[in-house]
Design a protein around this ligand. Structure first.
Ligand SMILES: [Zn+2]
Length: 325
C-alpha cells in the first residue's frame, strides 16, 4: 500500500486499486476488493467480517410505524400518512477481540470472625489472612470504531456469533456504504486488553482487600475487523420530518423520531393550565395561612407562573421530535 497524503488517496495492498482516504479513517476498506488497509503501517487485514443484511430497506415503511404504534402521543394516522424517503444502508466498523486471560494473585483477605460475645452485645471482628487464587476467563470485547461520532451505535449489543467473511459484492448489491474505523488496531487492542484486565481486577478484589503479587497472561485468541449494517431512513408526516435508525442485521429499531399528535398536544396544554390554577390556589393558601408579605409571594408566583407557561407553550406548540428508544 502506498499513501499519498497530498492527494488523500491510497493504493490497495491487495488489488492495487486506488481508493480515497475519508476524513478520520485510520483504516481504508478497498471499495473494489473489500480488503482493509491500515494507513499507519501499510498492512492489510485478513480477518475482515460482516453481519449480513437481514431485510430490505423497503420493509422499513412497515417496521418503523409498527414500532412507533406502541408509543403514546404518536398520531393515529402516522402509518398511513408518513412518507418514507432517503434510505441509507451504513456498514459501521467495530473491532472484535477474543481473549483468554489467566491471573494468579496473592494478597490479604478479610473475613468476619464467628459470633462472639454475650447475649447483649455482639462484637463483629474483622480479621485478615493471606489468600491466593487464580482466575481463568474467556472474553469477547467489541470496540466501536468511532470516538465521538455515531454515538447511538456505540453500545449496541452486536450478535458477533453470526458474523461471516466480508463480501464486497453483497455489500454493493444491497447498496451499502462502508464506514471505516477512526480507532486503529493498536489503540483498539489496548482498549480491549484494559477491559479484560479490569474484569480480572474486579474479580480479585471481591476476594481480597490488598494485593501483594500478581501474574497475568492475556492471550488474544481471535481478532476481526467487523462491519455491521444499520439503516438510516428519513420520513415526512405533513411538514414534519424525522428519522429512524434500525439495526439491519436483526431488524430491530434502535431509535425513531415521531411527531406529537394534536390530541396529545391539546391535553398537554390542558394539564399546564390545570397546573397553573393549582399553583395559584396554593400561593393564595400559603399567603393566607402564614401571612407572608404579598410582595415576596407575588415575585415567587410570577417566576413559577412564567416558567411553567413558557415550558407549556414550548411543549405544546413546537413541532418537536420525540425519539422512541
Ligand atoms: Zn483492493
Amino acid at each position: 500500500m502506498t499513501v499519498e497524503r497530498q492527494s488523500k488517496k491510497i493504493t490497495c495492498g491487495y488489488c492495487q486499486a486506488e481508493n480515497n482516504i475519508p476524513p478520520f479513517a485510520s483504516v481504508v476498506t478497498c471499495e473494489f476488493c473489500g480488503t482493509p488497509n491500515e494507513l499507519q503501517t501499510g498492512k492489510t487485514f485478513q480477518n475482515h467480517h460482516m453481519l449480513n443484511v437481514f431485510f430490505s430497506g423497503s420493509e422499513l415503511t412497515e417496521l418503523v410505524p409498527q414500532y412507533l404504534s406502541k408509543f403514546v402521543g404518536v398520531p393515529s394516522d402516522f402509518a398511513d400518512k408518513a412518507v418514507f424517503k432517503d434510505f441509507e444502508l451504513r456498514m459501521m466498523p467495530f473491532w472484535m477481540f477474543k481473549f483468554h486471560g489467566h491471573t494468579d494473585y496473592q494478597g490479604i483477605g478479610k473475613y468476619v470472625s464467628p459470633n462472639q460475645g454475650s447475649h447483649w452485645s455482639r462484637n463483629i471482628n474483622i480479621l485478615t489472612r493471606p489468600e491466593r487464587g487464580s482466575i481463568d476467563l474467556d472474553q469477547t470485547c467489541l470496540i466501536f470504531g468511532y470516538k465521538e461520532q455515531h454515538r447511538e451505535i456505540r453500545d449496541e449489543k452486536i450478535p458477533v456469533g453470526s458474523k461471516e467473511a466480508f463480501d464486497i459484492n453483497s455489500v454493493n448489491k444491497e447498496g451499502g456504504q462502508i464506514y471505516d474505523t477512526e480507532i486503529g488496531y493498536n489503540e483498539a487492542y489496548a482498549i480491549a486488553e484494559a477491559q479484560v484486565k479490569n474484569r480480572h481486577n474486579q474479580l480479585i478484589f471481591r476476594e481480597i482487600s490488598k494485593l501483594d503479587g500478581i501474574k497475568q497472561d492475556i492471550d488474544m485468541k481471535e481478532v476481526s475487523y467487523l462491519h455491521v449494517p444499520f439503516y438510516r431512513v428519513k420520513y415526512n408526516y405533513g411538514n414534519w420530518e424525522g428519522e429512524a435508525l434500525v439495526d439491519a442485521a436483526r431488524g430491530k429499531v434502535l431509535r425513531a423520531e415521531y411527531p406529537i399528535s394534536r390530541t396529545h398536544r391539546f391535553w398537554g396544554m390542558m394539564s399546564v393550565i390545570i397546573g397553573l390554577a393549582l399553583i395559584a390556589l396554593a400561593v393564595i393558601f400559603i399567603i393566607d395561612v402564614f401571612s407572608i408579605q404579598w410582595e415576596i409571594a407575588g415575585y415567587v408566583a410570577a417566576v413559577v407562573f412564567g416558567g411553567l407557561l413558557i415550558f407549556g407553550l414550548k411543549e405544546t406548540l413546537t413541532k418537536k421530535k420525540v425519539a422512541a428508544e
